[in-house]
Design a protein around this ligand. Structure first.
Ligand SMILES: [Zn+2]
Length: 369
């Protein structure tokens, strides 16, 4: 049984204009030279994995398999004031100077194309629009389907495909504009959200919880003992896990760490940095669609119990377009009221069926029993 709920997907196709292409000429300089050397040293041809096809795959999936009651709304560019709540003014000046240019910003693959700065402003602003809609009661919950992703972007540095930290901009906006004193961010992307962690490291009003594949996996941070500092000591919670970690461990983390932490913190709003690269298709971890759906069920339960259901998802990574689209779809179904599944251990059900099927095949008729 399921109860229909009001969910809005925020999507703005201006984010598709972010199209870094390693074959185009970038701004000359030391960084470009260094990137070229790295690319030449690779054995296989490298292409930019964070491409517009990720989002069109999601929207096509939602079009082909509509979820009853799901609404769609457009985003908007973030204002400089909104971005400046988590990024330095110097960094913003530098990024805005790169409008209409090709450039590399960082050795770990953050490039911009002529449409990238606008796309990044719209990505952050679309997360803000999702927060606005939930906080004003226009919708019960919302999912901002955006790119470039955000959680690696630091106050003064673009990293790991990220320019502006969308979820952090959204959290700061919920506090500054909607009177949400305490905001909880759960980051279940396969990679550690180093940028979000840095921004709220000493902030007792933003609890940041991150389950991710442990170092040395990119970006290399997120160890257990990284718990925040100063007034924010204890409001950063890291759950580093090994390669291959799947549904059972993720759900255990949500039930036995995220849930008591959230209950102790008493947030006014919950945000999820939702990456889908923890799905096994992305080869880092082993989460299934049922696993994502079950996690969404837990987060919905926490939002309902703690903050009148105020819950916003912001897309992060996920580079296999099929698992990205199916993962987002599975989460949205739960947000829209579908009862979340209870994922088992992959294959056990099938082996049980095989046991039943073969049960009589090897019986020795001469043995007493
Ligand atoms: Zn990721």
């Amino acid at each position: 049984m399921s109860t229909p709920r009001d969910v809005t997907v925020f999507y703005d196709d201006r984010v598709l204009a972010h199209q870094p292409d390693v074959n185009t000429a970038f701004l000359p300089g030391r960084l470009d030279k260094r990137i070229r050397e790295i690319l030449q040293g690779l054995e296989v041809k490298w292409s930019y994995p964070e491409h517009p096809g990720r989002l069109t795959a999601i929207m096509e999936k939602l079009d082909n398999q509509p979820i009853p009651g799901l609404r769609f709304a457009r985003g908007k560019p973030a204002t400089r004031k909104q971005l400046a709540r988590v990024h330095t003014t110097g960094y913003l000046d530098h990024i805005f100077e790169l409008r209409n240019q090709n450039a590399w910003l960082d050795v770990d693959t953050t490039a911009v194309s002529p449409g990238s700065v606008k796309a990044a402003e719209v990505a952050a602003g679309t997360a803000v629009a999702a927060v606005d809609a939930v906080c004003s009661g226009d919708t019960e919950s919302a999912f901002a389907v955006v790119r470039p992703p955000g959680h690696h972007a630091e106050p003064a540095r673009a990293r790991g495909f990220c320019l502006f930290n969308n979820v952090a901009v959204a959290a700061a906006h919920a506090q500054a504009h909607h009177g949400c004193k305490r905001v909880l961010i759960l980051d279940w992307d396969a990679h550690h959200g180093n940028g979000t962690q840095t921004m709220f490291w000493a902030d007792p009003d933003v609890m940041f919880i991150d389950i991710h594949r442990r170092a040395p996996f990119y970006p290399g941070s997120g160890n257990l003992d990284e718990i925040g500092a100063g007034l924010g000591e204890g409001t950063t919670v890291n759950i580093p896990v090994p390669a291959g970690t799947g549904d059972v461990a993720y759900l255990k983390a949500l039930n036995e760490i995220v849930t008591p932490a959230a209950r102790a913190f008493q947030p006014d709003m919950i945000l999820v940095s939702a990456g889908f690269d923890a799905h096994w298709h992305d080869l880092a971890l082993n989460v299934s669609y049922e696993g994502f759906a079950a996690m969404a069920g837990i987060m919905q339960g926490l939002a309902d119990a703690l903050c009148d259901g105020r819950l916003v998802y912001v897309l992060e990574g996920g580079y296999h377009t099929e698992s990205l689209a199916c993962g987002v779809h599975a989460v949205l179904e739960v947000m829209a009221g579908k009862t979340p599944p209870q994922p088992g251990v992959c294959g056990v059900e099938e082996v049980d069926a095989a046991i039943a099927y073969h049960r009589d095949a090897f019986l020795d008729p001469d043995r007493p029993d």
